[in-house]
Design a protein around this ligand. Sequence first.
Ligand SMILES: [Zn+2]
Length: 197
Amino acid sequence: MRSPTVYCGPMWGGKTEALISRLVRARIQEIPVLAFNPHLNDRYGTRDIRAHSGASFPATPVHSGEEILEVVRREQPQVVGIDEFFMIPSALAAVEYMVHRRIKVVVSTLDLDSEGVIWEGLGQLLAMAEEVVKCPAVCAVCKADAYFTFRKGYAPSERVLVGADEFYEPRCRRCFDQGQEAKRAATGEGSLFDGGS
Ligand SMILES: [Zn+2]
């Protein structure tokens, strides 16, 4: 297993599903495996990692990378899965620590926020990764491959909206850009692309 392996992309791209299938495989191989998810993520209750498909895997909810390492030092797993990496502060340092100790790490994470801005630590994680798998969803507008998570115009503007899937939809780049333009027009802000004219 290449380590770290990172499954990334927008919401509804199946990245958590991919993570779970890797963890289940390790469990079948009788390799000691642990999984973690952010304490914040109360979408389905925090004890398990759950995919939109309904697949799940037992996990320990954590507030930080330090908490991941506390459990890892105690339990000595050979494979560690982390869901929603972007929501766990200092998870990057924890991944670095584990890969240097030959612990296989598999990560599922959003790569961009709903403004199309990369999450902190993602650049380093992807550079460190031995395998990166982009998991596109299907554009809610035109059905092309979707690499962006679009925040609908009426949604609150917090960067992380937990358990608020209804405020978002996956979009391809073209439909994402069009949607961003429409939101800017609706709020009276200038366009990014009109050169300020
Ligand atoms: Zn589209």
